[in-house]
Design a protein around this ligand. Structure first.
Ligand code: PNS
Length: 162
């Protein structure tokens, strides 16, 4: 039996129900799924790395084979380090495809031993993105059903200065 390690990288600022849906699907298929949060000094995230890590840890505690980690630099270098054979990415709509294809082919060029696997989240989440969720929350709209309750609460206190 192969022991397949998959990484699911992203900013997760914040984690949405779409991300969680993909994590659930990945956890079903792979032996180990490492959710890898990018430490990106150029971006100005709403949630700190430790806040994002804490939320993801809490929300994925039900899966024994899901781990949360932080990485910086090239994804392929991190993938080598954790011996990942699979890179998991979600595709919501055709508009995601071009960027994802380019990244997948570039990552393959840099690290041919790793395979990118695309999964589709449930249709209900096909329009959900962290960027829109943040924008809606910052402008006082409701994000109920788009993010887990825990994230909804933390978003609320964040934008209300809590
Ligand atoms: O879901 P996101 O936030 O769009 O994730 C983007 C991510 C983290 C997968 C991408 O930015 C990435 O891999 N960054 C690490 C730097 C890197 O390896 N760049 C070359 C990609 S081909």
């Amino acid at each position: 039996m192969k022991n397949i390690v998959a990484i699911y990288p992203g900013s997760f600022d914040p984690v949405t129900n779409g991300h969680l849906d993909l994590i659930a699907r990945g956890a079903e298929i792979f032996d180990l799924l490492v959710v890898a949060i990018l430490r990106n000094p150029e971006k100005n995230p709403l949630f700190t790395l430790s806040e994002r890590t804490a939320m993801l840890k809490e929300l994925t505690a039900r899966w024994d084979n899901v781990r949360i980690d932080v990485f910086e630099g090239l994804l392929v270098d991190y993938a080598r380090k954790v011996h990942a054979q699979v890179l998991l990415r979600g595709i919501r709509a055709i508009s995601d495809y071009e960027y994802e294809l380019q990244m997948a082919l570039m990552n393959r060029k840099l690290y041919p031993q790793m395979e990118t696997v695309f999964m589709m989240p449930a249709e209900a989440y096909s329009y959900v993105s962290s960027r829109l969720v943040k924008e809606i929350a910052e402008l006082g709209g409701s994000v109920r059903g788009l993010v887990p309750e825990l994230v909804e609460q933390r978003l609320h206190s964040k934008v209300n200065g809590g």
